[in-house]
Design a protein around this ligand. Structure first.
Ligand SMILES: [Zn+2]
Length: 385
């Protein structure tokens, strides 16, 4: 069956008789990334053929149906940048089509949101959302998570490299919204868009997700081991956890061109030539990693830079959070907690210029936005206590 044949919003659904978690899978929120839909179809077909018992519910959705049919990242606007609180607030509660105006992605967002909300309303346990992507560059599969202990725990069931702080670099992505709706979320980048190996990686991720969420036992999934081993092999010698320290944004006028040959995660040396734009050369400021180099015409992230995070630092931050040491952050001069939103800090950069961002990263504050002389530093809603 051709990849894009008969793409519909609901790729498939299995609602088990026994209550349990709800696992929502979204594939193709970028329409040039059919791998997530392909992987979901394969998993659904096997669950059906082998009568694998499912607890709770598995719901597989196509993200941007119109763009998937056209094989484009999006038609008018990136559907994975529209999930800001302002826009989501305008979505009709019941998902019914409103007056028909708006661009194609506004319709996609309404329908996708309605399908997700229906699943949440019928959930009989915890809700998980796995958002499946592929990249323009070749490379190994990896996961992105919001930096909370709940998310780290779910991600630990997948032998993928995990990048912290990448999600928080961009506003309006689906998983940010879903985290605020109480879901545990995971974004996976499976590899290059059209490489069938990427689709196999995404399929492996879905089998592991069913077991990690608790929809099926690992024993009921005959080749759970093989899927785990496949992803572990793909990781090779990369660090298990990495973090983003820098985003290079690009606009259409920049004439941004990434240098050829970077994989979706690659080690770089200080001063290495990364890209060119109309201002000239763009070089790495330090040794580290480059993530998600842009090799396609549509997109506004040129690349991200980051570094490995040691197991020790991961443990230290988990301990610090369990002890709720973040309560001390507002005692630092120039740091104030937002009175309305406790997961947000206001940092006066006149006073607090010298704090290393590591202090905030330790507690999961990875979303940093400059607002005049102030920094707004935010994190995903805090872990349940
Ligand atoms: Zn994508």
């Amino acid at each position: 069956m051709p990849v894009t044949s008969e793409i519909t919003r609901v790729v498939g659904r299995v609602r088990g008789e026994r209550p349990g978690p709800t696992l929502i899978v979204v594939g193709g929120i970028h329409g040039n990334e059919p791998g997530g839909v392909i992987a979901a179809r394969r998993v659904l077909a096997r669950i059906d053929a082998e009568r694998i018992p499912i607890r709770g519910e598995l719901l597989c959705l196509a993200g941007n149906v119109g763009a998937l049919r056209e094989k484009k990242r999006y038609l008018a606007r990136d559907l994975n940048r529209l999930w800001t609180p302002d826009r989501v607030g305008l979505l009709p509660a019941n998902g019914s089509p409103t007056n028909g105006s708006g661009d194609p992605e506004a319709t996609e967002q309404r329908e996708l949101s309605a399908a997700i909300e229906e699943a949440l309303a019928n959930a009989r346990g915890e809700a998980y959302l796995v958002d499946l992507h592929t990249t323009s560059a070749e490379g190994i599969p990896f996961a992105l998570i919001g930096d909370t202990l709940r998310h780290r725990e779910f991600a630990s069931h997948f032998p993928l490299p995990v990048i912290l702080g990448l999600e928080e670099q961009v506003d309006g992505i689906l998983v940010e919204h879903m985290t605020h709706r109480g879901c545990v979320t995971l974004v996976v980048e499976g590899g290059q868009h059209q490489n069938p190996v990427s689709w196999e990686h995404l399929e492996a991720v879905l089998w592991l997700a069913l077991a990690a969420a608790g929809n099926a036992t690992a024993e009921a999934i005959a080749d759970h081991h093989r899927h785990y081993a496949q992803l572990e092999r793909a990781r090779g010698s990369l660090p298990r956890v990495m973090e983003v320290t820098f985003r290079h944004p690009v606009g259409p006028a920049d004439q941004f061109r990434m240098m050829p040959g970077f994989a979706n995660i690659a080690r770089v040396r200080r001063h290495q030539l990364l890209a060119r734009d109309r201002r000239g050369e763009i070089r790495a400021p330090s040794d580290g990693m480059v993530f998600l180099p842009l090799y396609q015409p549509q997109g506004d992230d040129g690349f991200f830079l980051g570094r490995g995070v040691s197991g020790l630092r991961m443990q230290a931050s988990a301990v610090a959070r369990r002890l709720r040491l973040d309560r001390l952050l507002p005692l630092l001069p120039g740091v104030r907690r937002d009175p309305e939103r406790r997961d947000r800090l206001d940092v006066d950069t006149e006073i607090a210029r010298l704090y290393p961002m590591d202090v905030f990263h330790l507690f999961g504050y990875r979303k940093v936005r400059q607002r005049g002389a102030h920094l707004e530093v935010a994190r995903r809603p805090h872990d349940p206590e």
